[in-house]
Write a protein that binds this ligand. Structure first.
Ligand code: CAA
Length: 364
């Protein structure tokens, strides 16, 4: 995991905007927001995360590098190409970016696991990186949901963190204009409330698609997300994960033909989802990386107790495409995630004032 060196306290932002801090802290679930300065672009964040992920790994094993991003630095040359050069990775490998809003990293991850599962990879491994700068601009409704960072993942046979259930996924795609960034524009355009509706519509279809596959493969006996030890969602802001989980529970109730119990669903959110959110609440939206920031935070907090247990994941990319998938936490996960030193990465950051944040926003 890599994050910018500076962050803003979300209460400072609320006070500066004349908003009740409760709206940002309780209403959106935010605490802090990463602020990237001009030198901390998608390439540098990706390269930093990749350097950390590859510590102790033989780079000659790599045969594929995919960067999922919607904050490219060039219309033609991918972020992956810069990272490949900076890290002096092997020449004999495929190197490219994938883009579909916040789903781009998951596209790379799915390509990597299916490449390995097909046998085409042989003994080679893949490096998948999600790197983004979420930017809506100052004085916008999206301002408190900005953030930045990168996550790098090594995908290989015999994984140390999580063994994905290859081929057991549910996808949902529709052509909608909920969030987009026209060529040449720095800031994302978003129809905020509509984007929440699109996300909730997508999670219902994708989750039900996964359920059908998971039953067919014998991973679960019948519909019901209680059979998953934890669920990680794409987290544009933390409250969205709660809305998503209530939607999943609503699907379960409908499919079981029973009344939706909101109190039980809220308790299930605290148990199954909340442990993945503290890290997200301190970084903000990382677009492609947000789901995986949540996953990293969850494993950092609970990998020991989750060993050999299955968790569910939902990736959403506006526009839109999405996927619900699952995997089993490795018994070695606690040891491996400790190497990411997440507490140190966050502790090294500097809190900045609103004036400094606005100065940086005007520069980039
Ligand atoms: N105390 C506690 N809670 C308060 C409050 C207070 N004083 N004042 C308001 N709230 C609550 C509201 O009730 C609301 O909660 P619910 O959603 O549970 O009802 C919450 O705070 C937010 O209030 P509003 O809906 O009034 O906020 P808003 O209209 O100003 O903006 C937003 C919210 C639309 C999410 C906006 O931040 C935005 O546009 N964000 C960017 C878009 C986004 O993140 N979309 C998510 C889905 S798309 C996606 O996931 C892809 C991606 O990464 C972008």
């Amino acid at each position: 995991v890599a994050v910018p060196r500076r962050y803003l306290d979300i209460v400072d932002l609320a006070v500066a905007r004349g908003v009740d801090p409760g709206k940002y802290t309780q209403g959106l679930g935010a605490r802090e927001m990463a602020v990237a300065e001009p030198g901390e672009d998608t390439v540098s964040l990706a390269a930093t995360a990749a350097t950390r992920a590859l510590a102790g790994i033989d780079r000659s094993e790599l045969g594929l590098l995919v960067v999922g991003t919607e904050t490219g630095v060039d219309h033609s040359k991918p972020v992956a190409s810069f990272v490949h050069g900076l890290l002096e990775l092997p020449r004999a490998m495929r190197v490219y970016d994938t883009q579909h809003a916040c789903y781009g990293g998951t596209a790379g991850l799915m390509t990597a696991i299916e490449w390995i599962a097909s046998g085409a990879a042989g003994n080679r491994a893949a490096l998948v990186i999600c790197s983004d700068i979420a930017r809506y601009g100052i004085h916008t409704a999206g301002e408190p949901t900005q953030g930045a960072g990168a996550i790098a993942m090594v995908i290989r046979r015999d994984p140390a963190l999580l063994a994905l259930d290859v081929g057991v996924t549910g996808a949902s795609s529709t052509h909608v204009h909920d969030f987009w960034r026209p060529l040449g524009m720095r800031e994302a355009q978003v129809d905020g409330h509509y984007s929440v509706e699109c996300y909730l519509d997508a999670v219902a279809t994708a989750y039900r698609g996964w359920t059908v596959q998971a039953i067919a493969r014998g991973l679960i006996a019948s519909p019901g997300c209680e059979q998953l030890a934890r669920l990680c969602y794409h987290v544009p802001f933390c409250k969205m994960a709660k809305k998503a989980h209530l939607q999943v529970r609503r699907c379960d109730a409908e499919d079981d033909g029973i009344a939706f119990d909101e109190v039980a669903a809220a308790a299930s959110f605290e148990r199954q989802v909340a442990p993945s959110l503290p890290l997200c609440s301190r970084i903000g939206n990382v677009y492609t990386g947000s789901l995986y920031v949540g996953l990293a935070g969850l494993l950092d907090a609970q990998a020991g107790e989750l060993a050999d247990r299955r968790i569910g994941m939902f990736s959403y990319g506006s526009g839109c495409t999405s996927e619900f998938f699952s995997g089993v936490v490795s018994p070695r996960a606690a040891e491996r995630i400790a190497e990411a030193r997440l507490a140190d990465v966050l502790a090294a950051r500097e809190r900045i004032s609103i004036a400094e944040y606005e100065r940086i926003m005007a520069l980039t």
